[in-house]
Write a protein that binds this ligand. Structure first.
Ligand code: 7RM
Length: 658
């Protein structure tokens, strides 16, 4: 890396920021009761934690139950991190047994609501029984430590029980979001080499049963290493069960023993693989391990959500995403909190559903995504206004930058101008929140995730590796290892190294653009690579393109995002047809459905433009940047010097005007 000055920058002045953004300081009442109650306390602990990260993290880790204490906190040889070396622990024991054995025994761990309105309450003692029983079921059916288990479930308590049972026996779960189609399941089965699947007949969504088992059956026509499929009966829709292979969860549980002694696994024992989109067509299998991941999720729940025994916490994510792993299953349960879990859609039967649930259950901490907030704004204030939301004390946001308009609505209409909002920045790869306000300390400003968490050495670098001055855009990096960081891309160490640690040797590259203001607040701009964020769901352009190209009529496709009021980004696809095919509205619809079939409904392009050519570089690479400008502004004014054929621009502009 040379020390040349960075080239182009985008100026964003403090004056500008001051006009746009008001600062919201936490109330004295909130600060008084919070674990970190002032900026001075934050600054002090942050400084200490950066000077000696190992001291901070070892102290946090020691709040967990270790079967064997660790002898060394960190071994770091980039890109390889090992945390809490020599230590042995059982993740499920930490999330369940220690509460079930103590005063939280009869405390609700999960209060669950099905979409149709059915309710269940599961105490820590009951959760312990269920997890032990399902652990015994898995063991009896030959699932061993390190075996990969694919989980494809609706949002029912059994999803968490299945994950915890895998963790308990040392099996490695791979949760696949229920909205993904059979080909996504097949890809993940093949990449992970899974030998068991846990699924359900179906789940409820928008008043309808969404079947899950048929997608598993479809994938298993082409993948033959699965010994057993465990099927939870949830919706009672007709499904086919293959004798010998497929087993009903409820039947298996009926005879299973509730006694299971948790065994300590090595701190670096793999806990789960979660696939996330990258800049190629092949999703990355992000691997997380045990001691470090649990320490990160436990500690961030404690400080950022300030979790208390009296809280009713609700995270609206799906367990199929990292937010569901870290902030529904592992972090909250490690803290022994009571949480609400919900199966269905936010607008079933109408957009008042969430607010009704908050009122009925007395939710105190609520964690959701900007895309949901934007949908609520559109639906109208009459929905939250019908409900008493005064139980709330803290709000959270995750998944995308939250625009000030949405932030202010959330603050006023939901939080009653009383609750701090923690805008939490993190990634599948980071395992836990890395940048966020601390609710009793940090002044919140709409649009910024504010300051790094303890032990997190976040910085903004230019392309030469120099730190950017305040208010200058650059690349977000983390310069020191942290416990919950991903250890590798499953089966592809080289890609792991190249993607995250090669641009700046030894430094973690997040892939997001960001800037820092003079006060040290981080403003996240968005992805720098070809990754889209639709309604908080992360999708690779390349994945959608390869789905389009798998249709017999399509020769080539380029996918870009344009800003969308509700979804954050909407997908626009440019498609070149093969000779002999003609563009039509029907074909457009067919292609959208095709993408839905291959990847899942969330990946269906909002608009499809048929074009005889795509803008390309001389070496044949599609220039998505130009297409993005075109769908966003209607014209192309940006740099076109790398273009192979400048005539393409005029053609595309005409095409979009039609
Ligand atoms: C937790 C999660 C990660 C990407 C990340 C960002 C974007 C997430 C925020 C955010 C601005 C935030 N994991 N992102 N949180 N951008 N402010 N508070 O979403 O792996 O699915 O996505 O999401 O671009 O790199 S993820």
């Amino acid at each position: 890396m040379s020390s040349k000055k960075s080239k182009k920058t985008t100026k964003f002045t403090d004056e500008h920021a001051a006009v746009l953004q008001a600062t919201h300081k936490p109330s004295t009442a909130f600060s008084k009761n919070a674990r970190i109650g002032s900026m001075a306390a934050y600054e002090k602990l942050y400084r200490e934690s950066i000077a000696k990260p190992e001291v901070f993290w070892a102290r946090e880790a020691r709040e967990l139950v270790w079967r064997k204490p660790f002898s060394k906190t960190l071994k770091w040889k980039a890109p390889d991190a090992q945390w809490f070396i020599g230590g042995k622990l059982n993740v499920a024991e930490n999330c369940v047994d220690r509460h079930a054995a103590g005063t939280r025994k009869n405390k609700a761990a999960i209060i669950w609501e099905g979409e149709p309105g059915d309710k269940r309450v599961i105490t820590y003692a009951q959760l312990h029984r269920e997890v032990c029983k399902f652990s015994n079921v898995l063991l009896a059916r030959g699932v061993k430590a390190k075996a990969r288990v694919l989980i494809y479930m609706p949002m029912i308590p059994e999803a968490a029980i299945a994950m915890l049972a895998c963790a308990r026996i040392g099996a490695v779960h791979n949760v696949v979001f229920g909205g993904f189609a059979s080909e996504a399941i097949l890809d993940r089965l093949e990449d992970s080499g899974a030998t068991a699947i846990i699924t359900a007949d179906g789940g409820w969504r928008r008043g309808k049963v969404i079947a899950l088992k048929p997608a598993v059956d479809e994938a298993l026509k082409k993948y033959h290493k699965i010994k057993h499929v465990f099927v939870v009966k949830r919706t009672e829709n007709d499904i086919s069960m293959q004798p010998g292979r497929d087993l009903w969860w409820q039947d298996e549980m009926e005879t299973a023993s509730a006694k299971h002694e948790a065994e300590g696994f090595d701190s670096e024992h793999p806990l789960f693989i979660l696939y996330t989109s990258g800049s190629t067509g092949k999703p990355k299998g992000i691997l997380h391990t045990s001691g470090g991941y649990l320490t990160g999720t436990y500690s961030t729940c404690k400080y950022i959500f300030d979790m208390r025994d009296e809280d009713i916490y609700w995270c609206t994510a799906d367990v199929g995403w990292i937010t569901g792993h870290s902030y529904i299953v592992y972090g909250p349960l490690a803290n022994g909190v009571t949480q609400l879990m919900y199966e269905g859609a936010p607008n079933e039967p109408d957009f008042g559903r969430f607010w009704k649930m908050i009122e009925e259950h007395g939710v105190t901490i609520f964690y959701t995504a900007p895309t949901a907030i934007r949908a609520f704004i559109k639906a109208g204030d009459q929905f939250p206004e019908k409900h008493d939301l005064t139980s709330l004390r803290l709000l959270g946001s995750v998944g995308e930058p939250i625009n000030p308009e949405a932030w202010n609505w959330y603050y006023e209409k939901i939080g009653g101008s009383r609750c701090p909002i923690v805008d939490t920045w993190w990634q599948t790869e980071t395992g836990a929140i890395l940048i966020s306000p601390l609710p009793g300390a940090t002044p919140c400003i709409p649009g910024t995730a504010t300051r790094p968490f303890f032990g997190i050495d976040a910085a903004i670098l230019d392309e030469y590796g120099n730190e950017c001055p305040p208010n200058v855009d650059g690349r977000l990096v983390i310069r020191k290892p942290w416990p919950s960081m991903t250890r590798t891309i499953y089966g592809d160490k080289a890609r792991f190294h190249k993607t995250y640690f090669s641009d700046y040797p030894g430094i973690y590259l997040a892939g997001d653009g960001a800037r820092r203001d003079k006060k040290g607040n981080f403003w996240i701009i968005g992805r720098l690579d070809d990754v889209l964020n639709v309604s908080g769901h992360r999708l690779g352009t390349a994945e959608i393109e390869s789905a389009l190209v798998s249709h017999p009529s399509v020769a080539e496709a380029a996918v870009v995002a344009r800003p969308h009021d509700l979804k954050g980004q909407a997908i626009a696809a440019f498609v070149t047809l093969k000779l002999g095919y003609e563009s039509s509205e029907d074909l457009g619809k067919e292609l959208r459905d095709h993408v839905g079939h291959v990847i899942g409904a969330i990946a269906k392009p909002e608009e499809i433009h048929f074009t005889p050519v795509l803008p390309k570089t001389r070496s044949g690479k599609i220039i998505r940047r130009l297409l993005k400008e075109l769908v966003t502004t209607g014209t192309i004014s940006g740099n076109v010097t790398t273009l192979e054929d400048v005539g393409v621009i005029e053609l595309l502009q005409k095409l979009l005007k039609k």
